[in-house]
Design a protein around this ligand. Structure first.
Ligand SMILES: Nc1ncnc2c1ncn2[C@@H]1O[C@H](COP(=O)(O)OP(=O)(O)OP(=O)(O)O)[C@@H](O)[C@H]1O
Length: 593
């Protein structure tokens, strides 16, 4: 019920602006249903008039005056009703399709916008595939439901009520006879739909597991090939596939049962209606022509009556999926966003430096990672952070850029807490080069200008030159206009890093964070990256997270972190002379390199 409420809240949020259009759809649908249920009345009248005419025509006394006009009138009225019903149905379906297309477009924009405002924590704690499935699966389910199911639900409900209303207007006894089998029909439909749903759920779970396996195998393809594990990988796939196959089959069997069962029941009901109809005509002393017309009317109604029951149960699954999807999207919209203080300080340039003061932090409340860290980076200084894996280096970077907020203590820029800065101005002045350089679809130029699209080509080229990548770019046939995409990516890991360094140089940040940008590359590329780094660092306040100690020998200060605490601090020479943890790290690395 809670889920249902959340889903409804989500729909309301997007549909409320279309209240006029939706109101129109409801009215037109009711109108369409009215014509649909009125047509059988004229059909019955036509049969009555035809049979009267035939009776009069066959009777020599009335032969001359027998007229077909009432029959034609009834036929005309019937056709007008069918025509108007079809036309209004089309209008209603057209408007509701338009509303659902527009709404799902707005939902997509809303979701994408929300993701852009979310905290890094959300992305750290949710798998990419799951986030993507909000767009590919949940929004699709919602669109399908809005486009088909909601309109269907509305029109079928209207039809159901309309038919009952008309039936009682025509003949109360026959109306009860037509409706007598309803509990049985609902029971059967419900059983089938619940079974189908169970198996569809199993199918979705099995498909999710199979996709997980495929994803993992594709990501590990290089290892699989180098270890010759292709056959094992195929063998591992078989049970996942088998599970999907079984669940799909059962789900389809149950879903496929619904229509034949309901059709059978509807035909049985039809026979009962005809039987009782003829019985009524004989026993209630109705005149034959009226009785015949009445039977025709109820033959139509008994079929129209079953249509909503079948349709509504068959769209139940679609509605369920949409409700689940809407609930999930509603949850996303309720997620915390990055907190931007009202009238926050504007960081224009760095005056004195950056400081971590007694910083305590944990990703989870009960597991502290940093235990009172103090680090000071003076303006123009380069401070390097070293420490064993898991010691908290990347965590400190996350705090400096305000990806996360400290639990206690503070991160300060020029003595002002980062939490008091306007987020945009903070991010505008902090440049980051991450371990994994990401290139976006577009040209090389687009990628370098990513953070400053308005930059001139001269500035872009100067940045590329400083990043040691200009010569490579101009050696490409299309130079800076070379397209960057996954399929034909011509860039190595090292080149990607150089491009991302150029991107950072172009934004001219006051404070730089470099996260071990020299991993996974050969020594020549490493030297080029190092030179590019030196260029970008020169004259800037910077914070470097390094694994290879020889890249930070020139740092103004080296901070050694272990288990979330600063254990040593000083210049390279001073730390080596101290013969502590750093000295040991350094000597060990020198032996291996
Ligand atoms: N998003 C996260 N959620 C929960 N715990 C995390 C998260 N990121 C890191 N951690 C934990 O925080 C601790 C410090 O991790 P961090 O990435 O800061 O270390 P690091 O020194 O940068 O390591 P490495 O040198 O391997 O990159 C680790 O125990 C890690 O498991």
């Amino acid at each position: 019920m809670q889920d249902f409420k959340r889903a409804m809240r989500y729909f309301y949020r997007y549909l409320k602006r279309y209240w006029l259009g939706l109101g129109f759809v409801v009215i037109v649908t009711i109108l369409s249903t009215y014509f649909q249920v009125k047509a059988p009345v004229y059909m019955g009248q036509a049969i009555t008039e035809l049979s009267r005419y035939l009776g009069e025509y066959m009777n020599p006394a009335t032969h001359a005056t027998a007229s077909k006009t009432p029959f034609y009138h009834a036929l005309e009225a019937m056709m007008v009703c069918f025509g108007l019903s079809a036309a209004t149905m089309f209008i209603s379906s057209f408007i509701s399709s338009r509303i659902s297309a527009q709404t799902s477009g707005q939902m997509r924009v809303g979701l994408f916008g929300k993701l852009q405002r979310m905290t890094i924590k959300y992305f750290d704690t949710h798998q990419d595939g799951k986030i993507l499935s909000l767009f590919t699966s949940d929004l699709d389910n919602i669109f399908n439901a809005m486009n088909q199911a909601i309109f269907q639900l509305l029109s079928q409900l209207a039809l159901f009520i309309g038919v009952i209303w008309m039936m009682f207007g025509q003949n109360v006894k026959l109306a009860w006879v037509t409706m007598a089998s309803t509990p049985l029909a609902i029971l059967i439909a419900w059983f089938v739909i619940v079974q189908a749903r169970k198996n569809i759920n199993k199918q979705q779970e099995a498909t999710g597991e199979m996709n997980g396996y495929i994803n993992e195998q594709i990501n590990g393809e290089k290892i699989i090939i180098t270890q010759g594990l292709q056959q094992a990988s195929i063998a591992g796939f078989a049970p996942y596939n088998e599970k999907v196959k079984q669940a799909t089959f059962k789900g389809q069997v149950y879903s496929g049962m619904l229509f034949p069962l309901m059709q059978g029941l509807s035909l049985l009901n039809l026979a009962i209606v005809i039987f009782f109809g003829s019985w009524l005509v004989v026993h209630d002393g109705m005149d034959k022509a009226t009785g015949l017309g009445l039977i025709v009317v109820f033959v139509n109604y008994s079929q129209e009556y079953y249509q909503p029951i079948t349709q509504i149960t068959s769209i139940y699954n679609m509605l369920q999926l949409a409700i689940t999807g809407a609930k999930r999207l509603s949850d996303v919209h309720d997620q915390a966003e990055e907190v931007n203080p009202a009238n926050g300080h504007q960081l224009t340039t760095l005056q004195t430096g950056v400081q971590l003061e007694q910083v305590h932090f944990g990703y989870q409340p009960d597991k502290e990672i940093l235990h009172g860290v103090d680090i000071k980076v003076k303006k123009g200084e380069m401070v390097a952070l070293v420490g064993p894996t898991g010691s908290g280096k990347t965590t400190i970077m996350n705090l400096l850029n305000r990806f996360y907020d400290v639990t206690a203590g503070a991160v300060k820029f020029d003595g002002v807490d980062v939490r008091d800065f306007d987020l945009q101005s903070l991010r505008d002045h902090v440049g980051i080069v991450l371990q994994d350089s990401v290139l976006f679809t577009g040209t090389v130029a687009d990628n370098i200008k990513f953070g400053r699209p308005e930059a001139s080509d001269e500035d872009m080229i100067a940045a590329a030159q400083q990043a040691n990548i200009h010569d490579f770019i101009v050696s490409l046939p299309e130079g800076y206009a070379t397209k960057v995409n996954d399929e034909s990516s011509v860039f190595s890991t090292g080149q990607k890093q150089l491009l991302s360094i150029a991107r950072t140089i172009l934004t001219n940040p006051a404070f730089l964070i470099l996260d071990e940008a020299t991993s996974n590359v050969d020594t020549v590329t490493e030297a080029r990256i190092q030179a590019a780094m030196d260029n970008v660092i020169a004259g800037r306040t910077s914070f470097v997270i390094a694994h290879r100690l020889k890249t930070i020998l020139g740092a103004d200060k080296i901070v050694v972190l272990k288990d979330g605490q600063v254990i040593e601090e000083g210049s390279h020479e001073a730390l080596v002379a101290e013969k502590g943890f750093y000295a040991e790290l350094y000597h060990n690395q020198m032996v291996f390199e």
